[in-house]
Design a protein around this ligand. Structure first.
Ligand code: NAD
Ligand code: TYD
Length: 354
């Protein structure tokens, strides 16, 4: 049995679905179901006895203790977090609560459980913490990419809260010997991503005939990785990673935002031309920049390839095409997540920004 936190969110749900597609080891899925968690994504597992869903807040120590005692996991995969930079700017409190206090609570519950294990079970236990490249701060155009020795320099409340959680995970290894692993990954894209993030937002707005908002000059650069590749990398680190170490995960795909949006528009022009026949790129609008917007992220993923043998399987072109197709074929899932809370965010965050 493995214990996954945040398994109703974008990456966690992809991880759980892939895990149960490829094997039979059961999963206890711990998720509070915030606005970003979506039970609909897990519907294919509704009658699957290998999947146990627990609606629990990772800040609730008593509930976590019960879950550990009941299910006796051999590993924890910790995905749960508040993950959207723009929301961390308008409301940072939740980020400190879930990402810092929540990770601390997970570490404490895992430590107590692990202390009670013996022999082989204790030796085999792992706590894998899923983190981001944003903890390293912002790069200039000619700087080398982030590697595992790059100093932390987080700039947003989101990245600062993730950096704090990474430090706690590190400290639990050095102080208590808890067998931890940390991964720092670049921007993910793919099926089931909540459409507040750039790629699904662009696809959904394009199809709805709405503006495609690009912050600032559109030249901010991100490295993009297909979510299935991220999940495969996490499985590799869980299996072969060295205790207490961190692994950078990336797609070797640095792109300026405006180029990402143009690629999406061109793919949609081909797969689902607009009813007017106008190219979707006509809907692009440059809007007010995000405060403190990091200019460039880039990942040097040499270590995980050299030491653990992982490399992404998808190119940017194949991953983007799969992703656009998925959103075109899953309009019911989109309708389910783009109601209520989502509409409110879109109306308030983008109001008067053009
Ligand atoms: P997401 O926002 O889509 O999902 C987060 C999930 O965590 C949701 O299901 C939510 O309900 C759950 N959650 C939030 N607060 C919780 C709490 N207090 N208790 C229990 N569950 C709670 O996020 P994501 O994009 O899937 O990211 C998953 C992890 O990967 C995060 O730790 C994030 O920092 C990291 N990460 C994300 C990216 C990316 O591009 N999305 C890149 C690198 C790393
Ligand atoms: P996002 O998907 O929010 O991820 P992150 O901020 O964690 O990298 O944004 C990716 C990039 O796209 C980032 O540079 C901000 C930019 N962006 C826009 O230009 N317009 C938008 O509407 C959004 C949501 C993001």
């Amino acid at each position: 049995m493995i214990l996954v936190t945040g398994g109703a969110g974008f990456i966690g749900a992809n991880f759980v679905l892939d895990w149960l597609r490829d094997g039979d080891e059961p999963v206890v899925n711990v998720d509070k179901l915030t606005y970003a968690g979506n039970a609909e994504t897990l519907a294919p597992l509704a009658n699957d006895s290998r999947h146990i869903f627990a609606r629990v807040d990772i800040c609730d120590r008593a509930a976590l203790d019960t879950l550990f005692a009941t299910h006796r996991p051999r590993a924890v995969l910790h995905f749960a977090a508040e993950s959207h930079v723009d929301r961390s700017i308008s409301g940072p409190g939740e980020f400190v609560q879930t990402n810092v206090v929540g990770t601390f609570t997970m570490l404490e519950a895992a430590r107590a459980y692990w202390n009670g294990l013996a022999g082989g079970e204790k030796e085999a236990f792992r706590f894998l913490h899923v983190s981001t490249d944003e903890v390293f701060g912002s790069l200039e155009a000619t700087d080398p990419a982030f590697n595992e020795r790059t100093p932390y320099a987080p700039n947003s409340p989101y990245s600062a809260s993730k950096a704090a959680s990474d430090h706690l995970v590190r400290a639990y290894f050095h102080t208590y010997g808890l067998p931890v692993l940390t991964t720092n990954c670049s921007n993910n894209y793919g099926p089931y991503q909540f459409p507040e993030k750039l790629i699904p937002l662009t696809i959904i707005n394009a199809l709805a005939g709405k503006a495609l908002p690009v912050y600032g000059d559109g030249k901010n650069v991100r490295d993009w990785l297909y979510v299935g590749d991220h999940c495969a990398a996490i499985r590799t680190v869980l299996q072969k990673g060295a205790l207490g170490e961190t692994y950078n995960i990336g797609g070797w795909n640095e792109k300026a935002n405006i180029d990402v949006v143009h690629t999406l528009c061109a793919t949609l022009d081909e797969l689902r031309p607009s009813s007017s026949g106008a190219p979707y790129a006509k809907q692009i609008e440059f809007v007010k920049d995000r405060p403190g917007h990091d200019r460039r992220y880039a990942i040097d993923a040499t270590r995980i390839e050299r030491e653990l043998g992982w490399r992404p399987a998808e190119t940017f072109e194949t991953g983007m095409r799969k992703t656009v197709r998925w959103y075109l074929e899953n309009s019911e899932w989109i309708a389910g997540v783009t109601s209520g809370n989502y509409r409110h965010w879109m109306e308030t965050h983008y109001a008067g920004q053009a």
